[in-house]
Ligand binder design. Sequence first.
Ligand code: PMP
Length: 451
Amino acid sequence: PYEHMLKIREQNIAPSLRMYYKKPLLLHQGHMQWLFDYEGRRYLDLFAGIVTVSVGHCHPKVTMAAQKQLACLWHTTNIYMHPSIHEYAEKLTSFLPDPLKVVYLTNSGSEANDLAMFMARLYTRNFDIICFRGAYHGGSPYALGLTSIGSYKHGVANGIGCSTTMLPDVFRGPWGGSNCRDSPVQTVRRCSCSEGVCHANEQYIEQFKDTLNTSVPKTIAGFIAEPIQGVNGAVQYPKGFLKEAYQLVRERGGVCISDEVQTGFGRTGSHFWGFQTHDVVPDIITLAKGIGNERCMFRQLRLLINLKIANSLAQNLHFNTFGGNPLACVVGSAVLDAIEEDNLQKNSKDVGTYMLLELAKLRDKFEIVGDVRGKGLMIGIEMVTDKDSRHPLPSEEINQIWEDCKDMGVLIGRGGLYNQTLRVKPPMCITKKDVDFAVEVIHTALEKHMG
Ligand code: PMP
C-alpha cells in the first residue's frame, strides 16, 4: 500500500502540500503523545500535528464527546440555536479577561486573522496593519500579507488586497531577541543589559516607533503579533517589549491583535494565554490549532473580540457555513475540560522547563546547537555552523540529524527563516521520561553528525 499511496499523492494531491522526510511516514494510529505506523513502529510526537494535538492523540474524553455528538446532531450552521454553541462560548470566554467576551466562530487560523484585520479596519476606519518580520499568520490571501516567511509568499509580496507594513528589522536574522527574553534558558550571547534596563528592548522599541511614525503616521488600523513566534522557531521578544509596543499602537488609535494560534491553551506553561506572559490585554485574539485538538472536521476556530469592536461588524451580516457547528463545539468544550482535568498547563510548565534545561546541555556540548529557547512546551533548537558566526547550518546537514531522530522514533518539527530551527511542541501530556528519551535520541543524532 505504501507505493500505491505515494502514487496517489503524486497524481491527485497538490504538490505544494509537501511531506516531511525522504521516506514520508504512513501513519496508522495515534494515542496521546505517540504515533504508530503501519509496520507497528512507535514514534514520540514532538510536533503534535503542527502544534494542534494539544491534549493528546485520540484523547478518550475528547473522542467520547465527539462520538456522542456524532450520533446526535452534526451541523445546522449558525441560523439556529444549539446548546453546545452557547455552552462553549460561555466556557471559553470564562478563560479570558474583560473585555474579551465575544466569540466569532470561523474555520481556520488564517480566516480568524483575516477577520481580525477586517474588524480592526472597520472599527478604526483605517487600513494599515503592522506585523513582525518572521511572523506567520496564515496562508489565505489576506493573512498572507502578514506572513513574512519568504517561502510561503510565492513572490506575491503582500498578498492580495492587503497593504501591510512589515516592520523591517525588529528581529534580525535567525537569532531571536536578547538575553532578556522570558525563558528558563538564556542565550549564549552575552547580554549588554545593566541595572535592570534592557538595551535590546530600547533598540527594538526605537525601531518600532520609527516604523509607526514613518510608515503609518495617521493610518494605523491594527498591530498583530504572536506572543512567541511559532513558525519562525520559538522566537521571543525582549521582556517588556510587547507591552510598550501595545501602548504605542494604542496611542495612535490602532487595535492590538494577539495571534494565539500556537501560544494559547496553556502551551507556554506559566499562563493559559501567550499575551498574559507579556502583561497585556489585546483587543482581539485569534485562536486555532490546539483549540480543537485534532481533525479539520471539527473546524472550530475562534476569534475573541472586545465587545466594542465586535459591534463594528454588527450592522452587517458576516457569515460562514461551518463555523461553530455542534460537533466542533462539544469537542472544544471537551478539550478545555481535558486541559483542566489533566492539569496540562502545569505539565507544560514543568516538563517544558525540564526539557529546555536538558536541551541547553546539548547546546553547551555541541558547537552546531546555536540556541535553545522558548517557554513551556514551545521550544526552538537553532542549528548553526558555529556559535561565533551563527550562520544557519546547511539544510542537508540538519535534514540528516532530523531524519536520524525520526529513525530512532522521535518526530520533530522544522521552522525559522532558513528552516534551520528544530521545533519541539508536543502534545501537552508528554512526560519527563519521554523527554529523557527524546533528548537521548537528539544527542545520539548530533554525536553521529559530529563523527
Ligand atoms: N497563526 C499562526 C501563529 C500559525 O502558526 C498558523 C498556522 N501555522 C496560522 C495562524 C494559520 O492557521 P491555519 O493553518 O489554521 O489557517
